[in-house]
Design a protein around this ligand. Structure first.
Ligand code: HEC
Length: 157
C-alpha cells in the first residue's frame, strides 16, 4: 500500500517537473561563473594539498580520515562536472582552442578524483597542479589580462 502511494506521488512529481522545466540556459555571466563557482570550488579542492604555516608550525591539508578522502573526491568531481557547463552554449566560445583547453582541464579534474579515490596523496598533489596549469592555460588564450603580472609599484613603495 505504502509503495503504491509513493509510486503515485512519484508519477505526479515527474509530470509536474517535466511541465515546469523551462528550456533556458544559465543567466550567470561567465565572469561571475568563474569568480564564484570555478574559483571557489577549485580553492576547496586545493585546500587538501595546501601547506599552511602558522605559529604552531607547518600544517598540511592532507586528507586523513575516510570522510576527508571522500570530500576530496567530491571536490574533484565537482570541478569535473563544472567542465560540462563550460561546454554548454551559455559559456562555450566556438573555437577549437576552447575545446582543447576544456578537455585538458576535465582530464586533470578526473585524475584528481581518481587520485582521491585511490587515496594517493602524491597523485592528488600533481593533479591539483595540473588543474591550476589548465586554468591558467585557458586564461592565457581567452582572457590573458587576468593572468598578467601586476604592474611594478611606483618608486618609494
Ligand atoms: C576553457 C577555458 C577556461 C578554463 C578551463 C578556466 N577558465 Fe577561468 N576564465 C575563462 C574566461 C574566458 C574568463 C574571462 C571571463 C570574462 O571576464 O569575460 C575567465 C575568468 C576567470 C576569473 C576572473 C573572474 C573575474 O571576476 O574577473 C577567475 C577568478 C577564473 N577565471 C578562475 C578560474 C579557475 C580557478 C579555473 C580552474 C579551476 C578556471 N578559471 C578555468 C576561461 C576559463
Amino acid at each position: 500500500m505504502k509503495i503504491a502511494f509513493a509510486a503515485i506521488i512519484g508519477t505526479l512529481a515527474c509530470a509536474a517537473g517535466a511541465a515546469a522545466l523551462p528550456n533556458e540556459q544559465s543567466q550567470l555571466p561567465i565572469k561571475e561563473f568563474m569568480g564564484h563557482v570555478m574559483q571557489r570550488n577549485a580553492e576547496q579542492l586545493w585546500q587538501w594539498t595546501a601547506l599552511e604555516t602558522d605559529v604552531h608550525g607547518e600544517r598540511s591539508g592532507k586528507p586523513v580520515t575516510e570522510e576527508d578522502w571522500e570530500n576530496a573526491e567530491s571536490d574533484a568531481l565537482t570541478l569535473q562536472q563544472l567542465s560540462y557547463a563550460l561546454e554548454h552554449s551559455a559559456y562555450r566560445i566556438a573555437d577549437v582552442e576552447w575545446d582543447k583547453h576544456l578537455i585538458a582541464f576535465r582530464e586533470a579534474a578526473s585524475a584528481s578524483a581518481d587520485a582521491a579515490e585511490r587515496k594517493d596523496f602524491v597523485a592528488l598533489q600533481s593533479a591539483g597542479d595540473r588543474i591550476n596549469a589548465q586554468c591558467v592555460a585557458c586564461h592565457l588564450t581567452f582572457a590573458p589580462d587576468i593572468e598578467a603580472p601586476p604592474p611594478p609599484l611606483p618608486e618609494g613603495f
